[in-house]
Design a binder for this molecule. Sequence first.
Ligand code: IPE
Ligand code: IPE
Ligand code: MG
Length: 232
Amino acid sequence: MADIKIPKHLAIILDGNGRWAKRRNLPRLMGHRAGLRKLEDMVRLVKREGIRYFSVYAFSTENWNRPVMEVTGLMRLFDYYLRRKVDEVKAEGARIRFCGRKDRIPDELRERMLWAEDYTKDEKILDFILCINYGGRAEILDAVNSIIAEKPQSPITEQDLRNHFYLPDVPDPDLIIRTSGELRLSNFWLWESAYSEYYFTDIHWPDFGEAELKKALADYAGRERRYGGLKS
Ligand code: IPE
Ligand code: IPE
Ligand code: MG
């Protein structure tokens, strides 16, 4: 019975591209390239598992602190990915969505992001959410500030906050996977992860594959979520 429990929203922190490259004596950007390529298979696999929302943490609000060359290279890779892969994603019935602050993103990439969202907006099998320039703290702050701008006197409710998050209709992540051995959230889905289940693996993201995904999903299926209540 347990193996029929599938997360509705699977989130992955794509970590370890740099270490993957280092281990092969390659520049870090080659690791990012391999990591992005891995996403192509993953959309297909995740869809096959019956997952409805798939979000990936690809660039955090703190990742701007990296060397300019790496940041510029990453932005170019995102642009390349969108130029070349959106049709494949769409053919899978997946709708591409972006989650994060839109400032600081190079103009050309921002336009391509808007185009990709529009181009795939009618796809209904899977929402593929790319978190780029995303930070949980920034999201909460942005929500609070827009609420204050709208209705300064009222006390803010949990529902108000949710309604002002970047993607209000997306349910909280049920399962968050982090690759490459780090045991932290690094500012991903801060509010939304209050009752998420976690799965950590030492495998670097570019090496993450079907077997590891199935392992994580089987582990999730065996867990009991209580949300502060009692065993059912
Ligand atoms: C994750 O890989 C991708 C981004 C954060 C952009 P890293 O670049 O963090 O890889 P490591 O952690 O250095 O191995
Ligand atoms: C988290 O990875 C962010 C992304 C995967 C996009 P980092 O590599 O930036 O996180 P830290 O610095 O190890 O916490
Ligand atoms: Mg890292």
